[in-house]
Design a protein. Structure first.
Length: 156
């Protein structure tokens, strides 16, 4: 049981680090309702002193508009879910795993929300926003616009 909990904490920590890398610790902390990024740093820093608890994981997911249990799911370097206990080799052609129409739709919505908000960002941050939106691509256009607006706001 202890090994499972340590593995889950490691997965949450890795996913949280990816989210922070895609925006900033301050914006992720603010969206999750923390007053400063220091608590996040204690969870994801090189010498982390706190675990990414169940409560913290759900609070962060909710604050960022991510799907429930998003932080608990192991992902590869392309933010795709890793399936199988042996971490089987993933197809490196990312576009083969993406519906081009959904990708275009998410990218257009994210770009529009950036213009509306008057935000300029790096290509990496835009890609991170679109990637997070792709996890929710089955939402209505209005739902995607709301999610994009939240993600743009925290990435600014």
């Amino acid at each position: 049981m202890k090994d499972i909990m340590e593995k889950l904490n490691s997965i949450r920590r890795t996913n949280l680090r990816s989210l922070v890398r895609g925006s900033s610790a301050t914006s992720v902390a603010k969206a999750a309702g923390y007053t400063s990024p220091s608590y996040l740093s204690q969870m994801i820093g090189p010498n982390a002193t706190k675990k990414v608890s169940e409560e913290s994981a759900r609070k962060i997911e909710e604050g960022l508009g991510l799907p429930h249990l998003y932080l608990d799911q192991e992902r590869d370097e392309y933010d795709r879910l890793v399936t199988g206990g042996d971490r089987r080799k993933q197809d490196k052609d990312t576009m083969s795993m993406v519906d081009p129409a959904q990708f275009s739709k998410c990218a257009a919505i994210a770009s529009n929300e950036m213009v509306v908000a008057g935000v300029k960002t790096s290509a990496d941050k835009l890609a991170g926003i679109v990637g997070l939106m792709m996890h929710n691509a089955d939402q209505s256009d209005e739902g995607l616009r709301t999610l994009a607006a939240q993600l743009v706001k925290i990435s600014a």
